[in-house]
Design a protein around this ligand. Structure first.
Ligand code: AMP
Ligand code: MG
Length: 484
């Protein structure tokens, strides 16, 4: 079988010049074994798997059997990692092709952990099972939380081990993205100082993601504005659910506005704006509260790449770009405020809304209340650890909130509907994620599939979710690792 799953490939990125990529097949693995397959996603993108045996799926999603018309490449990119510019590229991933669904939507199909490429530097090109399953769980959870994200189609064990601090089980994740073009892709091409290539990349991105600005007088100005909007929306979503990306380097910021690269990310439990989980983020550069600031910083790096295309007069180009970048704060603050109003069920726009919101956050911070569960409590959900909400300061705040709700100019149930649409009842709790990964590493995938199932309906009440709502009671601080 050469063309399992009826892929419909049209590989537009691989038609770009050689400087954009290396053409390379995934390195074959010893004994592939499919451990997760996302049937819903497969169906959504019109991949029919009904006649395909697990063995063939294992071969397909390990790269041992390359589908017809795939043309696999490792993409070149650069990036600012913790503020420092570096040449990077797909060091442990290959894009096997761009699949078109029936309605002509284009999806990058990428294997992560598929062996060495020209960009591997000192790495082995491989990935361990734990981090690939973690990406599967959290990216799918983000999707169901209605947040733009890359998705996960399959995880295959390779039958090989990878050496990290200890010997680990090797695995490959199939990632589905609207594209893998990053701010870092622009940085790579811009660093080559070849304007034709830069224009080519810009045209490629516009055709693919933003066809509505194809006829604009100055496409580079328009793309900067659009990407800024997309990134403001994205980071507001992250703030809404308490998601901490953990490694917001410019190579991990997608031009399409999807969340990408689930390495050391995790969800905040106790509300603390300075929360950092990643072991390598020693200065807290990517802490929860810094995410909007870093988004703006990354967008400024994107703007720098576009300078030669914005205006022949460099000073003028810089002036135009700076003005756009400086629009970030106002846009962010407005969208953040509206998002928080939604979380509290507030319609309209009253002058004291901001202080009402900030007072709740300050209280949560001071008493160390759980971010997600506090909103659940306000929605009338039965939440254990109720003692927090008997605090006098909180009760006073509730009075103010209830008075503000009276100013909503619509029926009284509407506020609850609004809150229920934006406040998740379940998020991937750190201790739960660790628990299911431990089991999976011992070849028991049942807790993992149950967690994925629970996280697929985060806004719906259901008796089964109770044990997934509790924050960890561990005293030790939770830490995440890059998983490279
Ligand atoms: P990430 O931290 O996943 O964003 O990766 C940063 C860079 O390191 C990218 O260029 C990756 O391709 C590369 N990289 C990460 N892990 C490995 C590995 N095991 N082997 C080779 N390259 C890697
Ligand atoms: Mg990355």
């Amino acid at each position: 079988m050469k063309n399992g799953l009826n892929w419909n490939f049209d590989n537009s990125y691989s038609r770009l010049p050689d400087s954009f990529k290396e053409t390379i097949d995934p390195v074959k693995v010893k004994k592939p074994e499919l451990v997760l397959f996302n049937k819903d996603l497969a169906k959504n993108i019109d991949l029919d798997f009904s006649n395909i045996k697990n063995e063939e799926l294992s071969a397909l999603f390990s790269g041992n059997l390359l589908p017809k018309n795939s043309n696999s490449i490792a993409q070149a990119y650069a990036g600012h990692q913790f503020g420092h510019f570096t040449m990077l590229g797909d060091g442990r991933a290959v894009l096997i092709g761009e699949h078109l669904s029936k309605n002509k939507k284009r999806y990058d199909i990428q294997f992560k952990g598929s062996g060495k490429t020209a960009f591997s530097r000192n790495g082995d090109g491989r990935a361990a099972l734990g981090p690939m399953l973690r990406e599967y769980i959290i990216s799918e959870s983000m999707h169901h939380l209605n947040i733009p994200t890359t998705r996960s189609l399959a995880v295959v064990k390779t039958g090989e081990s990878v050496m990290r601090d200890t010997e680990l089980i090797g695995a490959i994740l199939t990632r589905v993205a609207s594209s893998h073009i990053r701010v870092g892709t622009f940085q790579y091409i811009a660093a080559r100082k070849n304007e034709d290539e830069l224009k080519m990349l810009l045209d490629h991105v516009i055709k693919r993601h933003y066809p509505n600005i194809d006829k604009a007088k100055n496409k580079s100005i328009e793309i900067l504005k659009i990407v800024l909007e997309k990134q403001v929306d994205l980071v507001v979503h992250w703030m809404r659910v308490g998601f901490i990306h953990g490694v917001m380097n410019t190579d991990n910021m997608s031009i399409s506005g999807e969340t990408i690269d689930y390495g050391p990310c995790a969800f905040m439990d106790v509300y603390d704006p300075k929360t950092v989980f990643s072991s390598i983020d020693r200065t807290g550069r990517y802490a929860y509260c810094n995410q909007p600031i870093i988004t703006k910083w990354n967008l400024a790096r994107f703007a720098e790449c576009l300078i030669p295309l914005i205006d022949k007069d460099q000073n003028n180009a810089i002036k135009i770009a700076t003005e756009i970048i400086n629009s970030f704060e106002n846009k962010y603050e407005e969208k953040w405020l509206n998002m928080m109003r939604d979380k509290l069920g507030l319609f309209g726009d009253e002058k004291n809304d901001q202080s009402l919101i900030l007072d709740l956050l300050t209280w949560m911070h001071e008493v160390k209340a759980d971010y997600t569960n506090t909103f659940c409590y306000l929605m009338g959900e039965k939440i254990e650890l109720k003692k927090y909400y008997e605090d006098k300061r909180f009760l006073n705040w509730m009075e103010r909130w209830k008075n503000r709700l009276k100013l909503n100019k619509n029926s009284s149930e509407k506020y609850l509907q609004l809150m229920k649409s934006v406040n998740p009842l379940v998020i991937p709790r750190n201790h739960k994620v660790e628990e299911v990964l431990d089991s999976a590493n011992q070849n028991n995938f049942q807790p993992l599939t149950k967690l994925i199932e629970i996280l697929s309906k985060p806004y719906l009440q259901n008796q089964k979710i109770i044990e997934y709502q509790l924050p960890s009671n561990q005293k030790e601080k939770y830490q995440t690792f890059c998983g490279t």
